[in-house]
Design a protein around this ligand. Structure first.
Ligand code: RIB
Length: 281
């Protein structure tokens, strides 16, 4: 079909939090691909604020955006489709839009959670704390379910009332949770992302707790900061730049081909062992 669409040579990228290095490197990946095509990415960070997200989306559409990449915990595909309306603008979902319909890039969060749990179990830890965000988007639910299931397979019980600490999804959140993590009596902690893990390590260190001698800490994402904190952070990597490259390529493909079929591209997760986790002694 011949579709005449005004082109702005712009693609919109909506992420929850631009100050998280995970989304920063994702955007770098998007940009690498966009540059080739002389496209300009417009980036918005709307931190779970549904109204703001929908507002940005409508404004981008009014400016004849060519396509969108969306990570949102609050917008379902129904909401997105409604806002796009008859405009026929293609979009790619990723990260916090995990379980929804639509073309998207994915990593296996469930397996990533399993890798974190198995690593701590292999090091001999039996009393483990979990640091999770207060609001769980689907990708986190998967990640933490994989973690809990794999602990159970190793006969390690996670006491939901005492071993799970909820905080905000940020370095500050991790920092604020340090005392509560110490109170669990755990010898190891899994933080749902690296931002929280890095904040937690600082909080522990200020309370005289040695990582990993007294408490092992493992994070999730493999952001570039992991190698610059002391001790260097053990984590499960998500290839954020590749995810950005993949999402942008899929989107350009859709823009150029009027292809409507749903596509899913999967990227691997991997345990990256550094110095923040150690064998229980
Ligand atoms: O802050 C980045 C984290 O939140 C990542 O773990 C990513 O998966 C996201 O949802």
């Amino acid at each position: 079909s011949l579709i005449l669409r005004r082109s702005s040579s712009m693609i919109g990228v909506l992420v929850p939090n631009i100050s998280s290095p995970f989304f920063g490197t994702f955007v770098e990946g998007v940009q690498q691909v966009a540059q080739h095509e002389r496209m300009i990415p417009l980036i918005f960070s709307a931190n779970r604020n549904a109204e703001l997200e929908q507002n940005y989306l409508s404004q981008m559409l009014e400016r004849s955006i060519d396509g969108l990449i969306i990570a949102s915990a609050t917008m379902t595909t129904d909401t997105i489709d409604k806002i796009i309306g008859a405009r026929d603008v293609p979009y790619i979902l990723f990260d916090q839009n995990y379980a929804q319909e639509g073309t998207r890039v994915l990593t296996d969060d469930y397996h990533g959670g399993e890798l974190a749990a198995q690593h701590l179990a292999d090091l001999g830890h039996r009393k483990i704390a979990l640091l999770e965000p207060r609001e769980l988007s689907e990708n986190f639910t998967q990640r933490l379910t994989g973690f809990k299931d794999r602990l159970a397979k190793n006969n390690i019980k996670l006491d939901m009332a005492h071993d799970v600490v909820r905080t905000s999804l940020s370095r500050q959140g991790g920092y604020d949770a340090a005392e509560a993590v110490i109170q669990t009596g755990a010898t190891a902690a899994f933080a749902g992302n690296d931002d929280m893990a890095i904040g937690l390590m600082r909080g522990l260190s200020e309370r005289g707790i040695k990582v990993p001698d007294q408490i092992s800490v493992i994070g999730y994402d493999n952001i570039y900061l992991d190698e610059y904190v002391s001790p260097q952070l053990t984590t499960v990597s998500q290839p954020s730049t590749d995810l950005g490259i993949g999402a942008a390529k899929m989107l350009l493909n859709k823009i150029h081909s009027d292809q409507t079929q749903e596509q899913i591209q999967r990227f691997p997760v991997e345990l990256i062992q550094r110095q923040s986790t150690a064998r229980l002694h």
